[in-house]
Design a protein around this ligand. Structure first.
Ligand SMILES: [Zn+2]
Length: 55
């Protein structure tokens, strides 16, 4: 299945509920929205991985 990149937005943890970056495991600060066959997938990234992984 092919992921289609939709958009990137800032991710702020709510109530200290931090999420790890899917690439490196550091605290995520960005979330990327992808669509796969009509479904929406959100993946969390830190700043540096979002720059590397998302074009
Ligand atoms: Zn990362």
């Amino acid at each position: 299945m092919e992921k289609k990149f939709s958009s990137l937005r800032a991710f702020a943890d709510v109530g200290g509920n931090t999420k790890p970056c899917v690439i490196c495991g550091n605290t995520a600060t960005q979330e990327a929205i992808f669509t796969v066959e009509g479904a929406t997938i959100i993946e969390k990234y830190c700043d540096s991985c979002s720059k590397k992984e998302i074009k």
